[in-house]
Design a protein around this ligand. Structure first.
Ligand SMILES: [Mn+2]
Length: 462
């Protein structure tokens, strides 16, 4: 974690936007995998990490806005704790490292809160996303079942989104340290890919590097020759010469900060002529989308730039037709590109998504589209300097979607369904970079990972 004054300063900043009441921040409890003692690897809630910093289970924090006091709640370690888990921080040490004003036994939290509730103090909470947290909040705030999901503070969410959207220099450094590990994951994966190996062997190498780096994966690994399945989480397939692998993997730093990179590469080390065409189309879409990034310019426009480039390349290949601008406006490209161009990234790979996707990614100026494809864009508003975003266009050949659209004759004026039949088993291509928005435009974060056709082929030993 950072030094105590970092968390103090972040809480001070938050207090400028929230004028009254108390803010209650639940830390995570351990989560059992198959029985109580065998838990999933612990991951602290990101809001708690941002404002309090301690990556340990069983903690709560309370910020009293009027009193300008932060209290951390935990418990003193017992001899048993030390026997099984080693030395644990005392309440005093927790107070010190978080820069809190007080540290209390978590057993007293219910009484302290009920006193505040009877004084009619306003309690700001965030929408819980774990069942244990929801139940604890219901118990502590004396709410009936289900009430807690409507009692969250939109004022608090808006203040936190505004603060956390602009990354501090120390946060960028953490993201770049995660990207250094991710760079190594790609170097080794591309070098190791070979006909006859199984997807899981390459996925295991990549995950092992993330763990060796001191952190872990920021999200479950995607490494598949069926890249057209967007969130493909199985790795049992044998790699054949001619297959194309979509690898979407990102390491998380020890501090919890994420990275999120995708590359597509050929098992044989050399792209086939068809693979080159689609790969270059996606690469051009990425290049054009990147050059559209400007502070104050809606990211939704960059998404449409990527869609426009992809459409014109697919027209050159003979898979699409018609006026490209009309085609993009109609959303015909979403047959090939059904997801969004990108999302915010920080402590979470989809940063702050627990606070509500629309409150993070949209505002009064830019609202989420309802059109298939564009509606999947998680972030559409205008970024400011310091925003960290992913930029990740893709092109996929999704058989069931092609059948469905064709049976409806959907966008027949723009899609050449006859020509498409021969591409059915192509798979998919996605290329993803992580950027920080600067006053001039953007900067790609982390060390460069092979991206052009030549770079990728060289890295794969082709
Ligand atoms: Mn992503």
């Amino acid at each position: 974690m950072f030094e105590a004054n970092v968390y103090r300063a972040r809480r001070r900043e938050l207090r400028k936007s929230i004028k009254t009441g108390i803010i209650l921040l639940p830390g995570h409890a351990e989560s059992p995998m198959n029985y109580a003692e065998n838990t999933y690897p612990f991951r602290q809630d990101s809001t708690f990490l941002y404002y309090i910093g301690v990556n340990r289970p069983g903690l709560w924090a309370m910020m009293d806005i009027e009193e300008n006091q932060t209290t951390i709640f935990g418990r003193e370690p017992t001899v048993d704790d030390v026997i099984w888990s080693g030395l644990q921080p005392t309440l005093g040490e927790l107070r010190e490292c978080t820069g809190a004003d007080r540290a209390c036994d978590v057993a007293d939290l219910a009484d302290i809160l009920s006193a505040m509730i009877s004084e009619k103090r306003e309690v700001h909470i965030l929408p819980p996303y774990r069942a244990e947290t929801r139940q604890a909040l219901e118990r502590l705030l004396i709410l009936s079942k289900g009430q807690v999901s409507t009692k969250y503070s939109e004022e608090l969410i808006r203040a936190m989104v505004a603060q956390r959207s602009v990354k501090e220099a120390r946060e960028l450094a953490e993201i770049e340290s995660a990207l250094t590990i991710t760079h190594e994951m790609y170097r080794v994966a591309m070098q190791s890919v070979q006909e006859g190996k199984y997807e899981r062997e390459i996925a295991g190498l990549a995950e092992g590097i993330a763990i060796s780096g001191g952190g872990r994966l920021a999200y479950p690994c995607i490494l598949t020759k069926h890249g057209q399945v967007l969130h493909n989480h199985n790795y049992h397939r044998r790699l054949e010469s001619g297959d194309l692998i979509v690898q979407d993997t990102g390491a998380a730093a020890v501090s919890g900060y994420a990275s999120d990179i995708t590359r597509t590469y050929p098992v044989s080390g050399i792209f086939s002529s068809r693979q080159r065409e689609i790969y270059q189309a996606v690469l051009d879409a990425l290049t054009d989308a990147l050059s559209g990034i400007q502070p104050g310019r809606p990211f939704q426009i960059c998404h449409l730039i990527a869609a426009r480039t992809l459409t014109s390349r697919l027209q050159q290949i003979g898979l699409m037709r018609g006026d490209p601008d009309e085609s993009v406006a109609a959303g015909a490209h979403a047959l090939f590109f059904p997801h969004g161009l990108g999302h915010m990234m920080g402590l979470d790979v989809h940063d702050m998504e627990n606070l509500g996707e629309d409150l993070v990614g949209y505002d009064d100026q830019i609202q989420r589209s309802r059109q298939f494809g564009l509606c999947a864009l998680r972030f559409g508003r205008s970024p400011a300097p310091g925003f960290v975003l992913t930029v990740e266009p893709g092109c996929y050949f999704i058989g069931p979607l092609m059948d469905h659209w064709r049976s409806e004759k959907r966008h027949e004026a723009f899609i050449n369904y006859e020509a498409l039949a021969a591409w059915r088993n192509f798979g998919g291509v996605r290329i993803e970079e992580n950027i920080v928005v600067t006053p001039e435009g953007y900067r790609i974060l982390g060390p460069p990972i092979p991206r052009t056709i030549t770079e990728v082929e060289t890295a794969c030993g082709g």
